[in-house]
Design a protein around this ligand. Structure first.
Ligand code: NAD
Ligand code: UFG
Length: 337
């Protein structure tokens, strides 16, 4: 399939590229490299031995984007591009609303103009906020608690309304739980800017000696060991979910939402212990106060994706920790500049 991928130089995009190129899809990537490096694309080419077209363009630059649509025709768009740091979105809400929503509107305008009516969109479990119970199904109430999450929900609504107005559109919204891990080659992985916000990159940077210790945000949650529980999913499983979503498009699914998670919850201590096992490094930690906006427990019911896309996560927590360590240990400072 001829695919336009936005945000393809990023963490999830680069892993999805590998899976798509391995299946011989023809890809054009658009990324402004605001949160990624071109090295990830180079390494995707090394892993797969395949080529792709890369355009350094900001989705907010509609003229630049239009050229990408003029140059080539596409059958589907996979839309990863967006800013994703929860804390930064609270500090800079306008930046998040402008970048994520304007970028998506520009993309959809070009898709309409050039008759590309299939899109797979990266949403997030963050749209559920603090869920009334677990596991979470796709019909749970939406309750966004930060501007980042609100951008995801607004984009879901924009895409839904576009599909209602023109039913020849197919919109597959994938709500990711907590992506972790890296490609087994250790050539690509998560390379956050600055000090990581998320648990797994923080642990791996402690293990490799870039950070002195982990702060555990609260051990007094009503969970099995007092720490927060999340549904960590291997990024390669997540990437494969996008291939299954593309397979669904010929069936003209209309507008559909799918949770992509494993259905299993692990605590912060589970993550630390399993990471120590694979890295053979001690992860020193301090218990500190709860982080604003954090919830006790969040994990998916991934049954709908299994039934309707034929997808399920195959890799386990050992795979996630082994592959994260392999990436971090081989690239202690992430991608070179
Ligand atoms: P990432 O930051 O590694 O990748 C996003 C990419 O989009 C980056 O390469 C960035 O340079 C690019 N980008 C941002 N704004 C752009 C713009 N205006 N124009 C062009 N390119 C732009 O993030 P990721 O972890 O790979 O996440 C991919 C998508 O999945 C994002 O939409 C994110 O919100 C969503 N998501 C991520 C997680 C997670 O924990 N990683 C969880 C749920 C959902
Ligand atoms: N945690 C720590 N110390 C840290 C970082 C995290 O103890 O340094 C704890 C958190 O309190 C939480 C768990 O580890 O209990 C996971 O935290 P993350 O920051 O890794 O993940 P979140 O579930 O908070 O959020 C992430 C993304 C969101 C996304 C969500 C679901 O940041 O954008 O997963 O996909 F929406």
């Amino acid at each position: 399939m001829k695919i336009l991928m936005t945000g393809g130089a990023g963490y999830i995009g680069s892993h999805t590229l590998v899976e798509l190129l391995n299946e011989n899809h023809e890809i054009t990537v658009v990324d402004n490299l605001s949160n990624s490096k071109i090295e990830s694309i180079k390494r995707v080419k090394v892993i797969t031995g395949k080529d792709l077209i890369f355009k350094q363009i900001d989705l907010c630059d509609i003229n630049g984007l239009e050229k990408v649509f003029q140059e080539k025709s596409y059958e589907a768009v996979i839309h990863f591009a967006g800013l994703k740091a929860v804390g930064e979105s609270v500090q800079k809400p306008l930046l998040y609303y402008y970048n994520n929503i304007t970028g998506t509107i520009n993309l959809c305008r070009m898709m309409t103009k050039y008759d590309v009516k299939n899109i797979v969109f990266s949403s997030s479990a963050t749209v559920y906020g603090n869920p009334v119970s677990v596991p979470i199904t796709e019909d749970f109430p939406i309750n966004t608690v930060n501007p980042y999450g609100t951008t995801k929900y607004i984009i879901e609504m924009i895409l839904k309304d576009i599909q209602i107005a023109d039913q020849s559109w197919n919109v597959l919204v994938l709500r990711y739980f907590n992506p972790v891990g890296a490609h087994e080659s250790g050539l690509i992985g998560e390379d956050p800017n600055g000090i990581p916000n998320n648990l797994m990159p923080y642990i791996s940077q402690v293990a490799v000696g870039r950070l002195p210790y982990l702060n555990i945000y609260g051990n007094d949650y009503p969970t099995k060991d007092g720490t927060g529980i999340r549904d960590y999913i291997h990024v390669v499983d997540l990437a494969k979910g996008h291939l299954k979503a593309l397979d669904k498009l010929p069936k003209k699914p209309g507008y559909c939402i799918y949770n992509l998670g494993t259905g299993k919850g692990y605590s912060v201590y589970d993550m630390v212990n399993t990471f120590e096992k694979w890295s053979q490094c001690k992860i020193p930690y301090k218990i500190v106060g709860r982080r604003d906006g954090d919830i006790a427990e969040c994990y998916a019911d991934p049954g709908k994706a299994n039934r309707e896309l034929g997808w399920e996560a195959k890799l386990n927590l050992d795979d996630m920790c082994r592959d994260t360590w392999n990436w971090q240990n081989s690239n202690p400072n992430g991608y070179p500049d």
